[in-house]
Design a binder for this molecule. Structure first.
Ligand code: IMP
Ligand code: MG
Length: 176
């Protein structure tokens, strides 16, 4: 299965970049406690790798966001389930997602967290797809800018599969 998928970003490059992101994040927060809010399900691998590089007090919270899209990347209507979110009043929030595509999900979540009393909200994404943003949103931390290709692996899925690939790969159109 893996051999069919061309590698866009190798596992080694991802690990190296996540190391660097860990340092960037630590230097911004200067030891202040944060809550990382991960957007399920795509954030899971990135979240697990990143938190082990952060040596200061942090909590983890999760939300589920889905865009009801079909096979392709056309965004549909956004559906957010935030029942798992704890009280975030006064907390410094780092909102974490796998990829910034249209920006719809993260834009909504930033507003939602602010309304719920977060002291600050910053955004970290592993990937940003160039030329796709419909909503102005500049991530505070970003791993890689990528071209407008459908990618899988390292948490990203196609129909809920391929999340376990250790690299970011380009899913060929005939596999969709
Ligand atoms: P946005 O709201 O359009 O920015 O959508 C972001 C969400 O769409 C991400 O959290 C992913 O779940 C999904 N997504 C966007 N592009 C891709 C892709 O190339 N591969 C897998 N999932 C993607
Ligand atoms: Mg997602």
């Amino acid at each position: 299965m893996r051999s069919d998928i061309p590698v866009m970003i190798s596992a080694e490059r991802i690990q190296q970049r996540v190391d660097e992101l860990g340092h960037e994040i630590a230097s911004v927060y200067q030891g202040r406690p944060i809550t990382i809010v991960g957007v399920l399900t795509g954030c899971l691998v990135f979240l697990a790798d990143l938190i082990r590089r952060l040596d200061f007090p942090l909590k983890i919270a999760l939300v589920q966001a889905s865009s009801y899209r079909g096979a392709a990347t056309t965004p549909g209507q956004l559906h957010v389930q935030d029942e798992l979110l704890p009280d975030l009043n006064g907390r410094h929030i780092l909102l974490l997602d796998d990829i910034l595509d249209s920006g719809q999900t993260l834009h909504y979540m930033v507003e939602h967290l602010r309304k719920n009393g977060a002291a600050t909200v910053r955004v970290a994404v592993l990937l940003r797809k160039l030329g796709r943003q419909k909503v102005a949103l500049e991530p505070d931390f970003r791993g890689f800018d990528i071209p407008d290709e459908f990618v899988v692996g390292y948490g990203l899925d196609y129909n809920d599969e391929y999340r376990n690939l250790p690299f970011i790969g380009m899913l060929p159109p005939d596999s969709r």
